[in-house]
Design a protein around this ligand. Structure first.
Ligand SMILES: O=C(O)C1=C[C@@H](OP(=O)(O)O)[C@@H](O)[C@H](O)C1
Ligand SMILES: C=C(OP(=O)(O)O)C(=O)O
Length: 427
């Protein structure tokens, strides 16, 4: 299919900071003695909830005017006292903060929105109980969760990581505050690049992390050191503007992303290349240029980068042959059942989709106007916004501002880059 614009324009996108780096850095800074400076943190619902949460657990966060940086003063240990922690919709808060709190002394209760309450927490609770944490959850395996903290022992970590890597990330980040070394085999986890990001940031904050010959990770006690960190733009968020470039034929550059990124979702560029786009990755930026041809007929395992599978699925109807996306079963346990949500919305646009437990096949077609059910899932809203722009078809999002979870300025930025983009009305 040819969609080359009459005048391809070079565009520079302003993509906000990485959610995953911002939340990890907040936790690691809260656990380190002294003040860490986080440059260019993401300002969004998830990260503001996380910031509020670490404040409730004893850290001090001083934002600079305009939020160019946050100074986070940590305690150098687990939290002490009593706190009620509101995780809002943030999976990272619900999975990272309870293990950290268990390394302290006191009683800490975690709760979140109805959406977050519905998401799995059981494997994390079982692993924490195995390390000696006192836990109380009225609904087994779900929020709300009360942690009766008195420190964690450490030792061998066994965690079912088939639904989420976040359980292991939370436990690993708590490990330097445990009494004994922690050993963990990460090989069975989904979303493995997020564990590598966790280990990389732990090292950055001074943790003693070693990988043994068999690939087992060993984390020794010793805590963290305060540091300064520049938060990269969010690679998952960048997928929307890159996909828009690939299918509209423009060139979009995101400064600040680079080949050395700790974000696995930069591998979305593989999907863009498969679609026929040109991708250029330098030391200071990533650029994607649509070539006028949107190719299909490929099959991609997106298990490691599942936050970006909806971006590919949403633009896949514009390709010249079916696109198969595999390995994304764990995407059923996120803000929505994302496989079901993608299939439902593409079908509403008149597109044929075949769905299995862990895959979708999207067939070529011309989308028709439709109402998109966002399921309060920011990524469904953003992915289908790109389809509406690229196919020049009115797609009405039922909840356009659920994008504030990770990118409050999404619609404004899309309209700045692509003048044809229609900004949805505020409710
Ligand atoms: O550790 C993280 O920051 C994340 C891990 C991933 O979750 P899963 O491990 O549940 O796939 C990803 O979907 C989420 O947006 C952020
Ligand atoms: C899965 C996501 O978020 P969470 O951190 O709530 O798991 C996401 O941002 O796509």
């Amino acid at each position: 299919m040819t969609r080359q614009p009459s005048r391809p324009r070079p565009l520079t996108a302003r993509v906000p900071g990485s959610k995953s780096i911002t939340t990890r850095a907040l936790l690691l800074a809260a656990a380190a003695p002294g003040t860490s400076r986080l440059w260019a943190p993401l300002i969004s619902e998830d990260t503001l909830a996380f910031r509020e949460a670490v404040t409730g657990l004893g850290a001090r966060v001083a934002p600079s005017p305009g939020d160019q940086y946050w100074d986070v003063t940590g305690t150098g240990r687990g939290p002490v006292g009593t706190a009620r922690v509101w995780c809002a919709d943030a999976g990272t808060a619900a999975r990272f903060l309870p293990p950290y709190s268990a390394t302290g002394v006191g009683t800490f209760t975690f709760d979140g929105s109805a959406q977050l309450r519905a998401r799995p927490l059981g494997p994390l609770m079982r692993a924490m109980a195995g390390l000696g944490a006192g836990l109380d959850a009225p609904v087994p395996g779900r929020l709300p969760l009360t942690v009766r903290a008195g420190g964690l022992e450490g030792g061998e970590l066994t965690v079912d990581s088939s639904m989420s890597s976040q359980f292991l990330s939370g436990l690993l980040m708590a490990a330097p505050l445990m009494r004994q070394p922690v050993r963990a085999d990460l090989s069975d986890s989904v979303s493995r690049p997020y564990l590598d990001m966790t280990l990389s940031l732990m090292r950055r904050f001074g943790a003693d992390v070693k990988e043994t010959a068999g690939g087992v990770i060993e984390v020794r006690p010793g805590g963290y050191r305060a540091t300064a960190l520049v938060v990269e733009p969010d690679a998952s968020t960048a997928s929307y503007v890159f996909a828009a470039a690939a299918v509209t034929g423009h060139r979009v550059t995101v400064p600040g992303l680079c080949g050395r990124s700790v974000q696995g979702d930069l591998r979305f560029t593989e999907a863009l290349r498969a679609l026929g786009a040109e991708v250029e990755i330098t030391d200071s930026a990533v650029s994607v240029t649509g070539t006028g041809t949107v190719r299909g007929g490929f099959d991609l395992d997106m298990g490691d980068i599942s936050d970006t599978f909806m971006t590919l699925a949403a633009v896949a109807p514009l390709a010249d042959a079916p696109v198969t996306i595999r390995g994304v079963r764990h995407a059923r346990f996120k803000e929505s059942d994302r496989i079901a949500a993608v299939a439902q919305n593409l079908r509403a646009c008149g597109i044929r989709v075949d769905e299995t437990q862990d895959s979708v096949v999207v067939h070529p077609g011309t989308p028709r106007p439709a109402r998109i059910a966002c399921h309060r899932d920011h990524r469904i809203a953003m992915a289908f916004s790109v389809l509406g722009l690229a196919a020049r078809v009115p797609l009405t999002l039922d909840d356009p501002y659920c994008v504030t979870k990770t990118f409050p300025g999404f619609h404004g930025e899309m309209a700045r880059l692509f003048p044809d983009y229609t900004v949805p009305e505020r409710p």
